[in-house]
Design a protein around this ligand. Structure first.
Ligand SMILES: Nc1ncnc2c1ncn2[C@@H]1O[C@H](COP(=O)(O)OP(=O)(O)OP(=O)(O)O)[C@@H](O)[C@H]1O
Ligand SMILES: NC(=O)c1ccc[n+]([C@@H]2O[C@H](COP(=O)(O)O)[C@@H](O)[C@H]2O)c1
Length: 248
């Protein structure tokens, strides 16, 4: 693709457990960006949140990473990033995006602080090596559902400067979700309106309201989650008695 700008999509969340919608988000976003922009989406990354995020019912990061690995077996271009889970504390999303941008820069864009490079390349993976084949710049953008965008308005949850950096410096790709109206949400926010060009709204017409909460509920109740979650992930959940499945 000539004149294109390379993009890495980074999704941050609990993935507790990863659902088929988490995987599908990447496909919808990449299709949309290829159709409507000159972005060439070269990789997708899933960054599960740290255990200390402390959300009720959050299973261990090691289990969430294993489930993501199994789920992503069917994807040739989306990978797990363990970095957030390896930190001492929970990482604000802006810092997670910044870290991955610096990681990419250290390999591709050439402007490297040697210490940063040494640390970053320890976690070197195939997707990174791939990027190194060209010096065309690569931008990391946050991929999220509309509920995450709308959580920007929840008092005390996000720092103003983090929102400003996410939309102003990096950019966001937002997948619509039932009950959300990201256009109205952007209209009602001065900062989001100012950076509207950097917010790509992807309308998912084939609405699919699977969520991890609903999957956990079904598992707890002994109900089937087949076709909502990858079979390999379901096997892992039962084998490791996650989400109270040992009672079944
Ligand atoms: N059905 C969906 N449609 C669009 N985006 C989704 C959907 N499910 C999850 N996402 C997005 O995936 C990212 C990671 O989500 P997260 O792990 O919080 O999943 P979730 O299913 O919303 O979880 P939970 O139900 O535990 O809150 C978020 O940006 C979220 O908005
Ligand atoms: N201030 C912030 O950076 C901030 C606030 C709330 C949630 N988040 C992130 O959003 C994601 C939300 O996940 P949940 O929807 O599962 O709570 C997580 O990756 C979390 O780290 C970031």
């Amino acid at each position: 693709m000539t004149g294109s700008h390379r993009v890495v999509l980074l999704a941050c969340g609990s993935f507790n457990p990863p659902t088929n919608m988490h995987l599908r988000m990447f496909e919808i976003a990449r299709d949309f960006l290829h159709r409507t922009t000159n972005y060439n989406v070269v990789a997708g990354l899933i960054s599960p949140v740290h255990d200390k995020y402390g959300k009720e019912g959050l299973v261990n990061a090691s289990d969430r990473i294993q489930m993501l690995r199994l789920a992503l077996n069917s994807s040739s271009w989306v990978h797990v990033s363990e970095w957030e889970t390896q930190q001492d504390e929970w990482t604000p999303t802006r810092e997670a995006v910044q870290y991955h941008q610096e990681l990419v820069d250290s390999v591709v864009n050439g402007n490297v602080d040697p210490t940063v490079k040494r640390q970053r390349l320890d976690s070197s993976t195939s997707w990174l090596t791939h990027l190194a084949g060209s010096t065309d710049p690569v931008s990391v953008k946050l991929l999220c559902g509309a509920d995450l965008l709308e959580s920007f308005a929840r008092p005390g949850l996000w720092k103003d400067e983090d929102i400003e950096a996410l939309v102003g410096k990096y950019g966001i790709v937002v997948i619509t979700r039932e009950g959300s109206n990201p256009y109205k949400f952007i209209y009602e926010s001065d900062v989001l309106t100012r950076h509207q060009k950097n917010i790509h709204i992807v309308t998912e017409w084939i609405t699919n309201e699977v969520s991890s909460t609903k999957v956990r509920r079904a598992l707890r109740r002994g109900e089937s989650v087949k076709y909502l979650v990858q079979d390999s992930v379901i096997d892992y959940i039962y084998k490791n008695a996650l989400y109270n499945t040992h009672n079944k």
